[in-house]
Design a protein around this ligand. Structure first.
Ligand SMILES: [Zn+2]
Length: 273
C-alpha cells in the first residue's frame, strides 16, 4: 500500500497520469500508466527500426502465408471486439504482418498490431493452422494490453527507484526500451520481461477464440504446443517459448478451452467437424 502511495506521489510530481484500461475481450480492468496513443507511437517507431535492421522476407509462399493468416486473425479480432461492443480498443491500430529471416523460434505482436514472425518458427508451426495458433496467441497479448501492464509495472519500478528522469513520452528512451521488453522484442535491450502465468493462460484462451473465428480449427493448437514443448529448453528466451504454464498444464487447459472457442466461432457462422 505504502508503495502505491509513493508511486502515486512520484507520478503526480512527474505529471504522469495513472489510469485504468479495460481488457476489450474479457472486460477486466487493468493498470495503465502509459496511454495507448503514446505506446503506439513508440511501438511503431521501434517496429520500423526493427524491420530496417532485419531481413524482411517478401513475395515467397511463406511470406504470403504470414500475410494471409495475419489478415484473417485481424478480421477475427475486429469481429470479436465489435460483438462485445469494444471495437474502439482497436482505434489507432495499423496492422502489419511480416516474416523475417531469423533462425530464432520466435514471434511477437507489438501494440497497435505490428506482428513479426521469425522464419525459425515455421518448421514448428508446420502449416497455416499452426501459424494461426501463434498469431492468435500473440495478438491476444496485444489486445489484452499485457505489455501495457508489464510496462506499467516496469515504469513503476523505475519511479519507485527514484529515477526522476523516467519521463513518459514516445521519445523517451526508457519508454521505448520498455515497449520492446514488454513485447518480447527484447534481445537487443537485455532480455524480455516474461509474461506472467495468468497472462499466458489468458493469451492462450483468447488466441484459441481468434483462430477459430478466423476459420482455423483450434484442435490444431494441441499438436502445435506439443511440438513447441519438444523444442523448448535452451536457446533464446523468446516470448513464445516462455511457457510459464507447464507444458502439460497448458495442453490440458487448451483441451478444456477448445469447445468454448468452437462455440464462440459458431456465433460467427464458423463451424468445425
Ligand atoms: Zn505468450
Amino acid at each position: 500500500m505504502k508503495k502505491y502511495i509513493y508511486l502515486g506521489t512520484a507520478a503526480a510530481i512527474l505529471g504522469v497520469v495513472i489510469s485504468c484500461a479495460t481488457n476489450p475481450v474479457t472486460g477486466k480492468k487493468t493498470m495503465a500508466f502509459v496511454p495507448n496513443s503514446e505506446i503506439f507511437a513508440s511501438s511503431f517507431s521501434q517496429y520500423g527500426a526493427f524491420l530496417k535492421e532485419n531481413k524482411v522476407v517478401t513475395g515467397t509462399s511463406d511470406a504470403k502465408m504470414v500475410e494471409r493468416v495475419g489478415a484473417k486473425i485481424r478480421a477475427a479480432a475486429e469481429k470479436l471486439l465489435k460483438s462485445r461492443g469494444t471495437a474502439d480498443a482497436l482505434e489507432g491500430y495499423a496492422w502489419e504482418y511480416k516474416l523475417v529471416e531469423n533462425k530464432e523460434v520466435n514471434a511477437w505482436c507489438m501494440p497497435g498490431g505490428k506482428i513479426v514472425i521469425y522464419s525459425g518458427i515455421l518448421p514448428v508451426t508446420k502449416d497455416e493452422a499452426g501459424l494461426a495458433t501463434v498469431m492468435g496467441h500473440e495478438v491476444a497479448h496485444a489486445l489484452a494490453n499485457h505489455g501495457q501492464q508489464r510496462m506499467s509495472a516496469g515504469l513503476a519500478q523505475q519511479l519507485g527507484a527514484g529515477v526522476a528522469q523516467a519521463a513518459v513520452g514516445s521519445k523517451s528512451a526508457e519508454t521505448q526500451a520498455l515497449v520492446m521488453q514488454a513485447y518480447g522484442v527484447g534481445s537487443q535491450v537485455g532480455g524480455m520481461l516474461p509474461f506472467s502465468r495468468s497472462h499466458e493462460s489468458e493469451a492462450d484462451e483468447i488466441g484459441l477464440t481468434l483462430m477459430a473465428i478466423a476459420g482455423y480449427n483450434p484442435d490444431a493448437s494441441v499438436p502445435f504446443w506439443e511440438r513447441m514443448s519438444a523444442k523448448s529448453g535452451g536457446g533464446a528466451p523468446a516470448e513464445i517459448l516462455s511457457t510459464h504454464p507447464s507444458d502439460q498444464t497448458r495442453i490440458s487447459n487448451l483441451k478444456r478451452l477448445i469447445p468454448k472457442a468452437k462455440a464462440d466461432a459458431a456465433k460467427f457462422g464458423v463451424t468445425f467437424k
